[in-house]
Design a binder for this molecule. Structure first.
Ligand SMILES: [Cu+2]
Length: 165
């Protein structure tokens, strides 16, 4: 029994590691963070989750990566920013679920299209918080449910096998 128990624990850990795998996104891909790029268009077809990382590449001091509230995003106003950087290589890890808003705070650039809204879905490693994975994000909610469902299935399997040990 001890060996099958070890196999089960290994499977369980493997499942959680797979569910928690984070993705790194190069914002704008080959275009980087620049004027003349449609960042709403860039997000289409991409699924973002808590733990994922956004990398903004641009010429140092030529642009900023300014995380703002929704109102700051809508108005292209960087005054009450959550964070601000103009180093040329800004890395942002999505640590909380929900929508994260970024603009360039150089005058005219946000209005010219340098604004990005990304919805981070909850990763389904924690069974207790799977209700959060249905945050509306286009098609993001559906695909993020897959690892959550797998975690629940593994948990149910464990409960069924516990009396055997
Ligand atoms: Cu700019």
């Amino acid at each position: 029994m001890a060996s099958s128990s070890a196999v089960l624990v290994t499977l369980l850990i493997a499942s959680y590691v797979a569910a928690a795998a984070a993705t790194t996104f190069d914002v704008g891909d080959g275009h980087g963070w620049d004027t003349g790029v449609d960042y709403t268009d860039w997000t289409v077809g991409k699924t973002f989750a808590v733990g994922d990382t956004l990398v903004f590449n641009y010429t140092r001091k030529a642009h900023t990566v300014t995380e703002v509230s929704q109102s700051g995003y809508d108005a292209c106003a960087g005054g009450n920013s959550v964070s601000n950087d103009d180093s040329g290589a800004t890395t942002v890890t999505l640590t909380t679920p929900g929508v994260h808003y970024f603009i360039c705070d150089v005058p005219g650039h946000c209005a010219g299209g340098m604004k990005l809204a990304v919805t981070a879905a909850v990763v389904g490693g924690d069974v207790g918080s799977t209700t959060g994975s249905t945050i509306p994000a286009g098609d993001a909610g559906g695909s993020s449910l897959v690892p959550a469902t797998r975690a629940v299935a593994v948990g149910a399997l464990l409960i069924m096998l516990i009396p055997l040990f």
